[in-house]
Design a protein around this ligand. Structure first.
Ligand code: ADP
Ligand code: MG
Length: 333
C-alpha cells in the first residue's frame, strides 16, 4: 500500500473530528489558541528494540507512544488538544499492522479527548521508528515547571514506583528463558500480569497535573528512574532532596518481589517507565493534596523533602544512606 493510501485509509479517519487537521489534505495543520491560553508542546520518539520489543500488539505500541507524550502534558498541568505522528516503517509492513496500530490510537483518542492533526509517513530500510508531537493547552502562565522547588517543600509521587521496570524485567528474562534467581516465577500470574501491563500501558496522570496548577512548586513525570528524575528537579531549581525509602509507594506485586530479592530496589528507585508525577509543594498544601488523592482513585505519597544542599539522597528507615548502583536510565551510555 502506498503512502497516500495509508494516510487516507488509516490516518485521516483519526483526524476527521478535528477541524485544525484540515482532514490531512493540506501541507500543514492550522491551530488557533483560545484567548488567554498557551500551547504546551512535547515530542517523544520510540524505537524498536529500545522502547518496545517489536512483536507486541501494534495497538499497544501506539497507545504507549501516545501515553508517554500525554504524561509530559500531565507533568506540566496541560490538557491534551492534538498530536502529530511520524512513522518510519519497514517497507514490508503489512496493512493489518497499520490497522491494528491505528485501532490503538483511536481507542486512546476517545479516552483522552485528543485527535490526530498531521504527521509524516515514510518507509525505512531499518527497523520501526516512531515519533509523536503532542500539543496541549493551559491558561497562560500556569505551566508547572521543574524549576520552582524550594528548600522545605515536601516531595510527592503519584501511584506506585518500579512496577513497569519489574514488568520489563519479567518480559525480558522470560524471553531469555530464565528467572535469574529473582523469584518472580513464584509470583501469582495475576501479579506478574499487573507488572507487565504497567510496562506496556502507562497511565498518564492528566487530572492530577491539572489539579496541581497553583499548588505544586515543581513537577515532572518520572520516565527514567526516580532518583535521576529527582536530580532533574533539583538541578533546575538549584536545590537537593532527601527521600525516604520506607515511604516509597509500592504495589503489592512489587512488594512481594522485594521480599524475595532486595536487589529489586534498583528497579524501584532507578528503573524507567513509571510515568508517575513527581512534584513538590509547600507544607500548607498537604490537606489539599490528600483530598486530591482521595478523589482521583490512586495514591499520592509524601516521600521526602527539598533541601538547600544540592544533592539527592535516599535514606533507609534508620536514616542511613541507601547505596544505589544505577539511579536512572540514559541513552548513549
Ligand atoms: P508533504 O509531502 O507536503 O510533507 P505529506 O504527503 O507527507 O505532505 O502529508 C500530507 C498530509 O498528510 C499532511 O497534512 C500530513 O500532516 C499528513 N500526514 C502524513 N503522514 C501522516 C501520519 N502518519 N499521521 C498523520 N498525518 C499524516
Ligand atoms: Mg507539502
Amino acid at each position: 500500500m502506498d503512502e497516500f493510501s495509508l494516510i487516507k485509509n488509516y490516518f485521516a479517519p483519526l483526524a476527521r473530528d478535528f477541524p485544525g487537521s484540515l482532514g490531512l489534505r493540506d501541507d500543514t495543520a492550522l491551530l488557533d489558541p483560545r484567548p488567554g491560553e498557551q500551547f504546551i508542546i512535547t515530542k517523544d520518539a520510540m524505537c524498536e528494540g529500545v522502547h518496545f520489543i517489536g512483536d507486541e500488539n501494534p495497538a499497544l505500541i501506539a497507545q504507549k507512544l501516545l501515553r508517554v507524550n500525554l504524561s509530559d502534558l500531565a507533568a506540566k498541568g496541560a490538557s491534551p488538544l492534538c498530536y502529530f505522528l511520524a512513522i518510519m516503517a519497514p517497507k514490508n509492513t503489512k496493512p493489518e499492522w497499520f490497522a491494528e496500530f491505528t485501532r490503538g490510537l483511536a481507542a486512546d483518542q476517545e479516552q483522552y479527548c485528543v485527535a490526530l492533526a498531521g504527521g509524516d509517513t515514510t518507509a525505512t530500510h531499518g527497523s520501526l521508528a516512531l515519533s509523536l508531537t503532542m500539543v496541549g493547552t493551559l491558561p497562560k502562565g500556569t505551566m508547572l515547571q521543574r524549576s520552582g522547588a524550594r528548600p522545605g517543600d515536601q516531595v510527592f509521587v503519584s501511584g506506585t514506583l518500579g512496577d513497569a521496570a519489574l514488568g520489563l524485567h519479567i518480559i525480558s528474562s522470560h524471553s531469555q528463558g530464565e528467572d535469574q534467581g529473582g523469584g518472580y516465577n513464584s509470583l501469582p500470574k495475576r501479579e506478574r500480569e499487573f507488572l507487565v501491563e504497567r510496562y506496556l500501558l502507562p497511565q498518564p496522570r492528566l487530572e492530577l497535573g491539572m489539579a496541581l496548577r497553583g499548588i505544586a512548586t515543581s513537577c515532572m513525570d518520572i520516565s527514567d528512574g526516580l532518583l535521576q528524575d529527582m536530580g532533574h528537579i533539583g538541578n533546575a531549581s538549584g536545590v537537593g532532596a532527601t527521600l525516604h525509602q520506607e515511604k516509597l509507594p509500592l504495589s503489592s506485586a512489587a512488594r512481594a518481589l522485594l521480599d524475595k530479592n532486595s536487589g529489586y530496589w534498583e528497579q524501584v528507585v532507578g528503573g524507567g517507565d513509571d510515568y508517575e508525577l513527581l512534584f513538590t509543594a509547600p507544607a500548607k498544601h498537604r490537606d489539599a493534596i490528600k483530598q486530591l488523592s482521595d478523589s482521583l482513585g490512586y495514591s499520592i505519597s509524601l516521600i521526602g523533602e527539598i533541601t538547600a544542599s544540592k544533592t539527592v539522597s535516599l535514606l533507609d528507615a534508620k536514616g542511613n544512606p541507601v547505596k544505589v548502583q544505577q539511579p536512572g536510565f540514559q541513552h548513549f551510555k
